[in-house]
Write a protein that binds this ligand. Structure first.
Ligand SMILES: [Zn+2]
Length: 254
């Protein structure tokens, strides 16, 4: 469809597709962790080996997530088809919130589709399999990662390595509460693979995606495939778009 596209344009198109969660094809399928960025996978294995020496079974609870899956999560919450909870896990009642407040309640725990760091295959939610029974139901809740929680020792071990820049390239983008995303001590990110992806997230491309259109920069040579990739427009779109640059700064950490 774009016969004059240069190799550079094709390559930059791939970066955009990766950045917004449309490119699972360039990730590698690891066992048992699923799809991961090609450089993140070996770095995680190195970190996992070092954790094992200290007695931890470092495991991935959640790695790659597509745009489509994040769209279903966000729109489901916006339209009250899925529960929206507070920090304590209490289910919030929609009628007590304005649209604007509801948006921020969702964003505290769920990213806007296209802006999740889990789109990249570089970001992982981790836990210690050696600290819990095999049938343990992981909640990814702050209490589990607190000093007296089952994953307190792993959290401390990771904190020490990250503080010393000795965690095989991983860091915590949501380690502290910056007023946007709630602190997520379980979320680690392979920094060397993320910077060019974060830079590809522009308000213009996001706004186009959220209106339900595939931006030209993300289209594939076989455009018939693109139609299936966009599930539809974003819920609460008129609340999101006017404050998009501020939302990006507050909820997607560089
Ligand atoms: Zn996460």
């Amino acid at each position: 469809m774009h016969p004059k596209s240069s190799n550079t344009e094709v390559a930059s198109g791939l970066i955009y597709r990766r950045a917004f969660g449309f490119d699972a094809d360039s990730l590698i399928n690891t066992q048992p962790w699923g799809l991961l960025d090609a450089n993140t996978a070996p770095a995680f294995e190195r970190l996992r080996k070092r954790a094992a020496v200290s007695g931890f079974d470092l495991r991935i609870a959640s790695g790659f997530r597509s745009y489509q899956r994040q769209w279903h999560l966000f729109n489901g919450k916006a339209r009250c088809l899925r529960p929206v909870t507070d920090e304590h896990g209490n289910v919030l009642q929609r009628e007590h919130f304005t649209d604007e407040q509801w948006l921020h309640a969702i964003l505290r725990f769920s990213a806007l589709p296209g802006t999740s760091r889990h789109h990249w295959g570089t970001d992982l939610d981790v836990y210690d399999g050696a600290a819990v029974a095999a049938d343990y139901q992981l909640a990814l809740a702050p209490a589990e990662y607190a000093p007296d929680g089952p994953f307190g020792p792993l959290t401390e071990w990771l904190s020490e390595r990250i503080a010393a820049d000795d965690a095989e390239g991983f860091f915590r983008p949501y380690g502290r509460d910056l007023g946007g995303v709630a602190p997520e001590l379980w979320h680690i990110s392979y920094r060397p693979s993320t910077q060019h992806l974060r830079a590809a997230l522009t308000p213009e491309l996001l706004a186009e995606l959220w209106r339900g259109q595939m931006p030209r920069a993300l289209r594939q040579s076989d455009t018939s495939k693109d139609i299936d990739e966009i599930p539809g427009p974003l819920a609460l779109l008129d609340k999101v778009v006017p404050q998009l640059p501020a939302l990006l700064a507050r909820y997607v950490v560089a």
